[in-house]
Ligand binder design. Sequence first.
Ligand code: FAD
Length: 449
Amino acid sequence: MHRVAIIGGGFGGLFAARMLRRAAVEVTLVDRTNYHLFQPLLYQVATGILSEGQIAPPIRNVLRRQKNVTVEMAEVAGFDLANRRLSAKRSDGSGLQIPYDSLIVAAGAGQSYFGHDEYSVWAPGMKTIDDALELRGRILGAFEMAELEQDPDLQREWLTFVVVGGGPTGVEIAGQIAELSRRVLPRDFRRIEPGTARVLLFDGGSEILAGFGDRLAGKGARELERLGVEIRTGSLVADIDRTGVEVKGPGGDVERVAARTKVWAAGVQASPLARMLAEATGAECDRAGRVAVEPDCSLPGHPEVFAVGDMMSMGGLPGVAEVAMQQGIHASRTIKRRLDGKEPQPFRYRDLGSMAMVSRFRAVVSFKGLRLSGILGWLMWLLVHLAFLTGTWNRVTTIFGWTVSFIGRGRSQRTITLQQAMGRTAIEQIGGREELRRKVSEGERDRSS
Ligand SMILES: Cc1cc2nc3c(=O)[nH]c(=O)nc-3n(C[C@H](O)[C@H](O)[C@H](O)COP(=O)(O)OP(=O)(O)OC[C@H]3O[C@@H](n4cnc5c(N)ncnc54)[C@H](O)[C@@H]3O)c2cc1C
């Protein structure tokens, strides 16, 4: 049986696996997490609208009916392209070698702090469930801390929220922090007025939502301002620490903003596996670490190896879910075509546009020639997100969560724990995630011996 290994159970990997459901192949899907994450709704987990389970079902469960797939939870550490084998590490520290005949790498991208990884301790990004839960702990925790604070300056510091990056993710989280403070929290607190919280959105460019064109970008900005978000364009973050950020404005002057809660929604860096593939095949890597692929998404000199989604570069395609899904499907179709003795075909992207929800009942949507905003845009946003969410039960409960949050004034997921809010800082203190993993594996080995 032809063996297909897939790295990553995100949009690219999952759609690639599904496309092989009727093929006479044996599929091994490896992911370092046990879930398939719907990243576009992470900001709703961070702001208490949805639970993490609603946007991240277990990969095993999603693929349970597909008998030709085995799911392995392990982190891929390297490839041996010559011998067609990849090596991975399970969370108990044990190694795993996976031989393959075809390989699809869909390992996605992480956050980029543009050379300042130290910012990540004070300004979590928005890439993982850990990020979203930590941000939820910090955002809701900030209101709790403000309620305890006697000193008005420190209280203001807790009630100031900074979002870095004016793309769709930055706009969505800024909008939701503003709605949380103005609509949801005011009746719950006695000593503070949550509605007076400041939400600042910094972006280095000349406008937010730059990819949507002037008209939609302008509408999005006006809607955010109506919610009370302060938009600062032409502003570059020069430093971030525990109690605030330093920002260089358009005139070159540096301003300090005292803010305890910071969110980083600014840059992406492809998975390190992209660079490994580039080194092994002689392919180019761009500044974001994405490996350049051939027209059929394969790697130069290795027609059996494909890189898809956020970790690859091809003709300026954006890092969006549609590209990953369509490329995952294309890679699997190519494998099937080859098995049927047919020639591979080049990948053609069908652009289905982009969208961002600015606030409840307001979204901007750019779809082919169509430009929608306001309630029409929001309805389209709602339908598209529901359609792509995985699992019927998740869709039903998500509709319930949205009804509570957008029609009512509630947020059903407001539980926070100290462990969530402090997770990153605690891990940093023991020497980072790698060190934590090493300690866990050593602990496991000690116990078993
Ligand atoms: C906050 C946010 C909002 C977004 N909003 C939108 C939106 O509105 N519309 C849109 O189209 N796109 C949006 N995107 C982008 C979209 O989510 C990505 O383009 C898409 O997820 C890319 O799919 P992928 O398969 O390439 O990677 P991913 O979906 O990131 O999947 C990568 C998978 O690989 C696994 N992995 C990584 N490294 C390893 C390893 N070494 N070993 C094993 N497994 C590994 C990861 O655990 C993960 O499951 C958003 C992204 C973010 C972060």
